[in-house]
Design a protein around this ligand. Sequence first.
Ligand SMILES: [Zn+2]
Length: 122
Amino acid sequence: MKKDRLKYFKKKLLDIRKELVGEVEKSRQYSHEEVDGDVPDINDDASRTYSRQVILELGEREREQIKEVDEAIERIENGEYGFCIECGEEISEKRLELIPYAKWCVDCKEKLESKGKNQQSM
Ligand SMILES: [Zn+2]
């Protein structure tokens, strides 16, 4: 991949990262408020527990995504970006446009999915 394209994707990845980190910070703040809430509402207990769980799950998914993004940025630094980590084939730029942190080509991704592995990863 050409240098300017790499730069372009790196910027994209950094933007995604910024957004994700912002989300995580926000949800962390929110759960902090939940814990320190000074007006306990007994009737609302179930829904409070539920919403806290949703926030935690959301945070985990985001953290996972941040990891993917970080790995992609690392691959840019190492000059490995844009190649499938499974078969070594180039990943189409169209796919990278959609998922800049994609690490598998479409074929391998499908194979992995049919095996039921790595469902979360792109
Ligand atoms: Zn592949």
